[in-house]
Design a protein around this ligand. Structure first.
Ligand code: FAD
Ligand code: FES
Length: 332
């Protein structure tokens, strides 16, 4: 089939017949806002100025017929049927541009770290440039199923992929592979980096990070990166889980607290006692912070967790442009 092109501004990149616009642009080193790569968040909504696109599996909820008729498309779902010119979503670039690449990694460690939660370490054959907070897509070996997992290691460790995986009963990747057939030594196809959930390099004020469950993964990367730049940075991490058995990396974060006087970890248990706080992480933040006007906020976890955390930040008057978020939505 014919190869076409996608143009943004003055840059034109090739786009294969089955390649999404987002994939073509990121591989071509062109920045484009993106978050879920599943068609669910709407971050990558572009306007098609000329040419023609196929919307493929773009969900109606994210891209209604009226918007399709007005020339909008989801870059992470759309493929092109002709040489096509697109306009990115409005807004300034928030993340450094790293070229999207296909790499191969080897599983080097799999460890239970909390109830239904495993840490998986992979070593890449070649280094990957990424920003703290970004994620990779991992192909479940022996299948063509791809799933997103955030990187918990900082960009200063470019050959390592530290993943925190929560088991979803019946899940192809988490249950069937990470809690099932995985073995040290497995060779794994990885594509990345993706996502705009990254450390805000422009900000200098206090940072507050609200993590739900394995939403702690990208936070670890962001915290380590931020502390490497400024060991005295004021950073508060609220980790919200149900019970103490769901907590992990507490000892490590306490060690970091000892080394960095500005860092504070607040563990929040919604269904048990024994953490720093009883109840939701979002409520603990609202109780602790009277005004978040000077803060930069980071939120990561389930859709419900992220939505309620955004409300909590806004209630404490955090500027919307200082709020960065990542929803662990499901592709299934
Ligand atoms: P599937 O086979 O996809 O689904 C099995 C069943 O579980 C289905 O019924 C499905 O509806 C349900 N299900 C799957 N995922 C969810 C969910 N998130 N919430 C509610 N129900 C669900 N997960 C992590 O554990 N750690 C991460 O660091 C991480 N990072 C992510 C980053 C991004 C940007 C996104 C979009 C998702 C991330 N996820 C992360 C979620 C992960 O990509 C998978 O969706 C998850 O592991 C389930 O995949 P699976 O193949 O096991 O389940
Ligand atoms: Fe395209 Fe989320 S809808 S990145």
């Amino acid at each position: 089939m014919t190869q076409h092109t996608v143009t943004v501004g003055t840059t034109t990149v090739p786009c294969g017949p089955d390649q999404t616009v987002l994939d073509a642009l990121l591989r071509g080193g062109v920045w484009m806002p993106n978050s879920c790569n599943q068609g669910t968040c709407g971050t990558c909504k572009i306007r098609v100025r000329s040419g023609s696109v196929e919307h493929n599996a773009s969900p109606e909820d994210t891209l209604p017929q009226t918007e399709r008729a007005d020339g909008f498309a989801l870059a992470c779902q759309a493929t092109v049927c002709a040489d096509t010119v697109v306009e990115p979503p409005a807004g300034e670039q928030t993340t450094a541009t790293h070229v999207l690449r296909d790499l191969v990694a080897t599983v080097t460690e799999v460890r239970d770290i909390a109830r239904d939660t495993r840490r998986v370490l992979l070593t890449l054959d070649a280094p990957l440039e990424f920003s703290a907070g970004q994620y990779v897509e991992v192909t479940v070996p022996g299948t063509d199923v791809r799933r997103q997992y955030s990187l918990a290691n900082p960009p200063s460790e470019p050959k390592l992929l530290e993943l925190h995986v929560r088991r979803r009963p019946g899940g192809v990747a988490s249950d069937g592979w990470i809690f099932g057939a995985v073995s040290v030594g497995d060779r794994v196809d990885v594509t990345g980096p993706f996502g705009d959930f990254t450390f805000d390099a422009e900000s200098t004020g206090p940072m507050v990070l609200l993590a739900g469950g394995t939403g702690l993964a990208p936070m670890k990367s962001i915290v380590r990166h931020a502390l490497a730049l400024d060991p005295h940075r004021a950073i508060t991490v609220y980790h919200g889980v149900r019970t103490a058995e769901d907590l992990y990396d507490v000892a490590l974060l306490r060690e970091w607290e000892g080394q960095h006087p500005g860092l504070r970890l607040v563990t929040c248990l919604s269904r048990a006692t024994g953490g720093d706080r009883e109840g939701y992480a979002t409520d603990a933040f609202v109780e602790d912070v009277a005004s978040a006007k000077e803060y930069t906020g980071y939120i990561c976890g389930s859709e419900a967790f992220v939505d309620s955390a955004v409300k909590a930040f806004k209630r404490r008057r955090m500027s919307p442009r200082r709020i960065r978020r990542e929803k662990f939505t499901s592709a299934a």
